[in-house]
Design a protein around this ligand. Structure first.
Ligand SMILES: [Ca+2]
Length: 208
């Protein structure tokens, strides 16, 4: 038999777990939100190209078989125009064998004044995912140190961002208002989805 006191304690524990679940859903970490690829197919420009076979646009075409390649000196850059100011959360680089050891990710409102939002000095090439925080219409990579005798070459230069927390988020206040005490289960999403008339919901209307 469960004593009344034990029942109260266990009920309190369930309520606390439910509130924690609601809190986690309500605060929805941006890292869990769906990200948006902002750069693909957008106008791209580079300070130089090795040849016409490796244009700037090849780094934002979504094709891992095409690439941009610079001339064989440092301080070359590739930029993409996102079309409007955007919040930027991540940059994905897919390097060809001619990668850069040192580079900077920069943003700009106008393509002239640049703000550095990420600096790498020991890059190893391959696929690089850089978590960044920035905002701007233009995003570029400035090559500060090539790793090889050739230029810098990227199969893809991908800028991600958009509205932080893009997925559906149930706020704590909504969750508590919609769900009676007995329905405050850790999975607040299913509660708010199934409990359309909260004052008359029965326990069976809320999925565990
Ligand atoms: Ca490409």
């Amino acid at each position: 038999m469960i004593s009344r006191r034990q029942f109260r304690v266990s009920t309190l524990a369930v309520a606390l777990i439910a509130l924690l679940g609601a809190y986690l859903v309500g605060t929805g970490s941006p890292a869990q939100a769906a990200e948006t690829l902002l750069s693909q197919g957008k106008p791209a420009l580079a300070s130089s190209v090795e040849s016409g076979a490796f244009p700037a646009a090849a780094a934002v075409d979504g094709d891992n078989g095409t690439r941009w390649a610079s001339n064989f000196t440092d301080n070359q850059w590739l930029r993409v125009d996102l079309g409007s100011a955007q919040a930027i959360n991540r940059v994905q680089l897919r390097w060809e064998a001619a990668y850069a050891r040192g580079f900077q990710i920069q943003t700009s409102p106008d393509g002239n004044a640049w703000t550095t939002i990420q600096t790498t000095t020991n890059g190893a090439g391959g696929d690089q995912s850089l978590v960044v925080t920035g905002n701007g219409r233009y995003v570029r990579i400035l090559i500060t140190q090539r790793a090889t005798q050739w230029g810098a070459s990227l199969f893809e230069f991908q800028v991600y961002g958009g509205t932080p927390g893009g997925g559906p988020i149930v706020r704590v206040a909504e969750f508590l208002a919609d769900c009676p005490y007995t329905h405050r289960l850790p999975d607040a999403r299913s509660c708010s989805r199934t409990c359309r008339a909260p004052r008359t919901c029965t326990a069976s209307s809320v999925r565990p």
